[in-house]
Design a protein around this ligand. Structure first.
Ligand code: NDP
Length: 333
């Protein structure tokens, strides 16, 4: 079995990841760490976790094989490096760190230690995005020309905390959502971005100089150009992902989400066709691949390198927004 320790008494673990671990035939949640002893106790009790601890050492000294890190973003680096040093496999939330250099340090350390390291980019686990990737790879839209990502949402009230108030915790919509769009674009297109230009805004929700909206323009190695919109403040926008090619267009609706929902339409000279796809829970699939990787079968759905790519992209977007210039994306891998 794979015995998990959770670092962070977070919303995402409570809503999705504890269930995803328990959905594996061989997955167990052994221990939970929160920086606050009372919160650790309460969270462990509410989620049926036997052991609650309030120090990283105590967690890493528990009888566990792997850790899932879902603390606020500024803590991922130190916690990830400590877990790697303790020989635990690491599934880390995005962004892996506050800078791509720090993320690279984790990935290099993980490789040297011979442990499995993954980034929890859930969207590449969505059947919709996998169906799009397969359709493009099979040539069904001809040569891909352009992509459009609609990923501006309304940040739920219960999450209106560090994301919109704490730059030092890695808040802001770019580190929160643009990283996902970077990863999903790379996955669906099977291509890497080389350059980005971004405008960001503070539309009334975020404070402390943080952005709560962003529009990015991307150029990919193949020459494909893309646009993406990330936001916390639009209640009624809906989400979507489109790829337009020389022979057809893929138009996916309601797919930039945590749930296995939405639809994918293929439009060509032959008319319109609704693509069918698997509706497995995204996080359960992520965990399934992570467990397989521990057994030596394949890799996590999103690797550490994928996490470096997404963070390098977000970093370049922020730099572009600050300088008013297009910025090269270079993960230095
Ligand atoms: P939360 O704000 O729910 O939790 C983050 C940390 O905040 C916790 O580790 C906890 O610290 C502290 N905290 C939580 N609740 C309270 C409280 N009531 N009072 C005081 N402190 C509290 O974060 P999210 O779950 O939204 O995000 C966590 C990480 O996961 C981030 O890195 C985020 O980017 C990522 N994420 C990824 C998603 C994905 O789909 N891949 C989706 C959502 C988030 P402590 O542990 O010390 O108690």
């Amino acid at each position: 079995s794979v015995r998990w320790g959770l670092i962070g008494a977070s919303t995402i673990a409570r809503q999705f990841m504890i269930d995803a671990i328990r959905a594996q035939a061989d997955g167990e949640v052994i221990a939970l760490m929160s920086s606050n002893p009372e919160r650790a106790e309460a969270y462990a009790r509410e989620n049926g976790i036997a052991r609650a601890v309030s120090s990283l050492d105590a967690l890493l000294n528990s009888d566990i094989d792997a850790v899932y890190i879902s603390t606020t973003n500024e803590l991922h680096l130190e916690q990830g490096l400590a877990a790697i040093k303790a020989g635990k496999h690491v599934l880390c939330e995005k962004p892996l760190a506050l800078t791509s250099a720090d993320a690279r340090e984790m990935v290099v350390a993980a490789k040297a230690a011979g442990i499995v390291f993954g980034t929890n980019h859930h969207l590449r686990n969505a059947g919709a995005h996998r169906a799009m990737r397969e359709a493009i790879a099979a040539g069904r839209i001809g040569k891909p020309i352009a992509a459009r990502v609609f990923h501006s949402v309304y940040l739920p009230e219960n999450l209106q905390g560090w994301r919109i108030t704490k730059p030092e915790a890695g808040g802001g919509v770019v580190l929160d959502i643009t990283v996902h769009d970077a990863d999903t674009l790379r996955f669906v297109l099977g291509d890497d971005p080389v350059e980005i230009s971004a405008f960001t805004q503070s539309a009334g929700m975020a404070s402390g100089g943080l952005e709560d909206g962003a529009m990015c323009i991307w150029r990919f190695k193949s020459g494909v150009i893309a646009q993406s919109h990330e936001g916390f403040t639009t209640k009624f926008a809906g989400t979507g992902f489109e790829v337009h090619g020389s022979e057809g267009s893929l138009i996916a609706t309601n797919v930039m989400t945590q749930k296995p929902v939405g639809s994918v339409l293929l439009r060509t000279a032959n008319g319109e066709e609704e693509l069918s796809f698997e509706r497995e829970d995204l996080y359960t699939r992520s965990l399934r691949h992570f467990h397989a990787a521990i057994r030596g079968e394949g890799q996590p759905a999103a690797t550490g390198e994928d996490g470096v790519w997404s963070l390098a992209s977000a970093e370049a977007a922020l730099q572009s927004s600050n300088t008013g210039k297009a910025v090269a994306i270079d993960p230095q891998l």
